[in-house]
Design a protein around this ligand. Sequence first.
Ligand code: ADP
Ligand code: MG
Length: 456
Amino acid sequence: MELEHLWQSTLSEVELQISRPNFLTWLKNSRLTHKQDGVVFVSLPNNFAKEWVENKYNKIILSVLRNFDESTKKIEYVVENKNSSGHSATHTKQKSSDSFDIKFQQSFAELKVDPETNLNPRYTLKSFVVGSSNELAHAAATAVIKDVGKKYNPLFIYGGVGLGKTHLIQAVGNEIKKEYNNKIKVKYVSSEKFTNDVIWSIKNKRTEDLKEKYRLTDVLIIDDIQFIGGKAATEEEFFHTFNSLYENNKQIIISSDRPPRFIPTLEERLRSRFEGGMIADIGFPDYELRMAILKTKLQNRGANLSDNVIDVIASKVQKNLRELEGVLNKILFVQTTKNVELSAKQAEEIINESFQQPVKNVSSTQVIKAVADYFEVDINSLTGRCRKNSVAEPRQIAMYLLRELLGMSYPSIGEKLGKRDHTTAIYAYNKLSAEIEKDQNLNQKIIAIKDIINKE
Ligand code: ADP
Ligand code: MG
């Protein structure tokens, strides 16, 4: 296997096993320079990175490398010589993508996910607007904060897509952290992440580390548990972790898109455990809640829309608060660009446009082609394993759009775009969904690409 390809494949595996910010900080600028007598030489930008990677990631990297190339005996890390000629050539070529790259890293800083707890501080109880559809879940969440591990254990929150589950359970974690001065250890994990951790630890015979990692926590929050069902090893591990936490009065908080009895593959013993705690659902928001959320978001942003426009949005977007926010963003965006106050009619047109599902007849190939056209990149580099910075953004946007417009499953998105793991697709989708809110530039790109798709 060619060296560059070998290293790229290795990196994409490693990326899944260490946290994304760590990956970007330590490994993104690494290169496999050469290989000699089974020793693989990897260059890193500075001494600090060299020590860090050597101490923390060597084991993981080596085991992944060996998977691809059995003849690998060890890795030698070297500090890259900036003046080496072959190198600068690759860098100048990617000038235009560098600015994106910087933005990309900054946006991670903005997301500010706490590396200890995995919680995003933007989710607070204060910013969670309560209405009749979520008041039970909210009350249960508040009770858990007051009486961690004792009253409602586990707390099981379920409801449809975009109704506020992640927001609420992360808010509980953030409040507990704040209220108890970090004395109570909180950990938030998506069920994909949990599943990946389990699979990895079994494969690498490191299940003890895994147990420790999860069992030493006081509050374990697992998002979208429905994805765990049916994976025997994961379920088994989850069950043990669950029992051990439960018996020690540690708090468990779970979200799901449906109640436990409707997760078909969930083992009976897990199901009855879940049912032994507090189960609360979040339903569709009524008009009042939708209005209240829109007004709060406008206020938080210091933005203004006329009452008529707010009313149109609240009336037309009914079933998904993420969409509600998306429409709000789009309308604010148009208003700012045009620099006039939008009328209710104009707002309605914008909403109709966003919900006009031209996409029904659109194929994934068309979406990918539109992205490639817009960014002027080669379709093959989007759908291949190319790791060039210049295709990183286009590929993430393509992932986002395949999900957003076609509702494609994450595994098939990953497969289509470079045979990547489904977690990469999930990651891209979540990241872009969050960024679109804040980044007008990105928002504009997406709108432009959708236009290309519509015109085809
Ligand atoms: P889910 O996890 O159920 O799919 P999320 O928690 O991701 O949904 O919510 C989708 C979006 O709607 C998020 O941006 C979230 O902050 C917002 N949201 C949901 N419920 C509320 C609420 N009650 N008040 C304010 N914002 C909310
Ligand atoms: Mg969620």
